[in-house]
Write a protein that binds this ligand. Structure first.
Ligand code: NAP
Ligand code: MG
Length: 407
């Protein structure tokens, strides 16, 4: 190819840690920079650099996404005590993903990458099932209480203005027991609903939402009502024009139905349901390295990344000079997702087309039988499959990409 494709608006890039940092650089050098003319606003979220800047670099990266609209992020270490020692950090800084998510007020959507030589565990599934998980409230910010002895448990609410307390009886305990209080915010649920409607429309797929509204007549039914109202007011016409549907059903019904459908939907779930069911969907599709993740903010900002972490074990092998066979698919799809979105927002179809071609080249590589170790055990046609190392996989994709670009 003679001339590079111009990406009109600046892209926000967030570099990361360990094995994914190594793959990240290879992906840029071999699959992106030779073909694209990009302005990049670069933030180095390497754990040591976060430490050096007292984590200001993470905040600056989130602000840059708010400025430009699209960010692409490598996996990063969330420091715990072991990491504080390993990297001699000042403290165990918060998860960068958590910091960015709370600044963008986003919802995370996870979508598996499907290839035709790895069959999902559920034979009906032909298209990806994307999970949209609400990332606020429920058991993750609950209040728990170990009831010590017989007695009455009550909830007391004190309105800020009137101060007039309302007390709600919970249970008259005949003896010791346990109790839990969950909460959520209308505004957070509304943001979640908007992010789900935005995502379904941008992907042109049906949206399912399910809760236990028959049993939880205020909490779960409250989620349903906010979704319903928002849909009727702001999305119904847009969905009709796009030929897609919004569908609410009881979670039991959704779980049963999901096993029988082709896929190709967005399934919106409350925090706990999404936590559990996204792991089920990931496992049914094979490998963590084949799961993409995008944070969609109700303000129209997007952050693309791989769902997996920094692949720490492979990195330690790499440091010891051993060969690794780490899978860069989800990292590549973070870039293509971000580039495609950038192209759509900028009105530059050649950028969208490049993203499509790169994805097709990556999928074709695996479908030809060239794959990393994690996929080798799962893939069909064992006799033709060949395991390659981390760099060999990206090189093979580069060959296919060049072929496809040459037409
Ligand atoms: P991980 O990096 O997701 O890796 C867990 C295991 O999954 C790996 O050991 C490997 O299995 C397999 N795997 C994941 N990605 C793979 C890939 N691209 N290619 C091949 N195999 C892959 O999780 P972790 O080791 O528990 O966490 C490491 C670090 O990542 C932690 O410091 C954590 O804080 C961070 N993390 C970051 C994010 C993020 O930035 N979004 C998310 C999760 C975790 P085998 O060892 O069996 O080959
Ligand atoms: Mg989980």
């Amino acid at each position: 190819m003679s001339q590079k494709i111009k990406v009109k608006t600046t892209l926000v890039e967030m570099d990361g840690d360990e094995m994914t940092r190594i793959m990240w650089q290879m992906v840029k050098d071999k699959l992106l920079f030779p073909y694209l003319d990009m302005n990049i606003d670069y933030y180095d979220l390497h754990v040591k650099h976060r430490d050096d800047t007292d984590d200001q670099v993470t905040v600056n990266a989130a602000k840059a996404i708010m400025k430009y609209g699209v960010g692409i992020k490598c996996a990063t270490i969330t420091p715990n005590e072991d990491r504080v020692k390993e990297y001699t950090l000042k403290k165990a800084w918060k998860s960068p993903n958590g910091t960015i998510r709370s600044m963008l007020d986003g919802t995370v959507f996870r979508k598996p990458i499907l290839v035709n030589n790895i069959k999902p565990a559920v034979s009906a599934w032909k298209k990806p099932i994307t999970i949209g998980r609400h990332a606020y409230g429920d058991v993750y910010s609950n209040t728990e209480f170990a009831v010590p002895a017989a007695g009455k448990l009550e909830l007391v609410f004190t309105p800020r203005e009137s101060g007039k307390q309302i007390s709600i009886p919970v249970f008259d305990f005949p003896g010791p027991g346990i109790a839990q209080v969950n909460h959520n915010l209308d505004q957070s649920i509304l943001s979640f609903a908007r992010a789900c409607f935005t995502y379904a429309l941008s992907e042109k797929i049906d949206l399912w939402f399910s809760t236990k509204d028959t049993i939880s007549k205020i909490y779960d039914a409250g989620f349903r009502d906010i979704f319903d109202r928002e849909f009727e007011q702001n999305w119904k016409d847009k969905f009709q024009t796009a030929g897609i549907e919004y569908f609410f059903t009881l979670i039991d019904d959704a779980v049963a139905r999901i096993m029988k459908i082709e896929g190709g939907i967005l399934w919106a779930l409350k925090n706990y349901d999404g936590d559990v069911l996204s792991d089920m969907i990931a496992s049914a599709n094979g490998s963590l390295a084949m799961m993409t993740s995008v944070l969609v903010s109700p303000n129209g900002w997007f952050e693309y990344e791989a769902a997996h972490g920094t692949v720490q074990k492979h990195y330690y092998k790499h440091l010891q000079g051993e060969e690794t066979s780490s899978n860069s698919m989800a990292l590549i799809f973070a870039w293509t997702g971000g580039l495609r979105k950038r192209g759509e927002l900028d009105g530059t179809p050649d950028v969208v087309e490049f993203a499509d071609i790169l994805e097709a080249a990556a999928l074709a590589t695996i479908e030809e039988g060239i794959m990393t170790g994690d996929l080798l055990a799962l893939a069909e046609n064992k006799q033709v499959n060949r395991k390659v190392n981390t760099e060999g996989f990206i090189d093979a994709i580069a060959v296919n990409l060049q072929k496809k670009l040459n037409g």
